[in-house]
Write a protein that binds this ligand. Sequence first.
Ligand SMILES: [Zn+2]
Length: 99
Amino acid sequence: MKLSAAIRAGCAGSRQIFDRLFDEKNGLDVVGACMVGAGFPKLRFIHDFREKYHDELRRKVKCPDCIESGPVEDMLAHLNDEHRMTRELIADFLESRDL
Ligand SMILES: [Zn+2]
């Protein structure tokens, strides 16, 4: 499963939050949604998630909204927390880069 598809799956039934992966009220940021959608639903599986998507998460991309660039994992948090981009738009962005 691609990261973009995992995000879309994780968006179903959750609301977007900022500055943390999960909350107790079904909130998920984009990385949390990606983890849940990819089948790693508990925070303690974040290591397994990072291992499974190691290459994708380390790939460098440019921010579509500013001059920042960096690995996908950092860019996900950047788009979610700093630009407050919706998770669906972040999934579109990843999909346009074949991720
Ligand atoms: Zn940016």
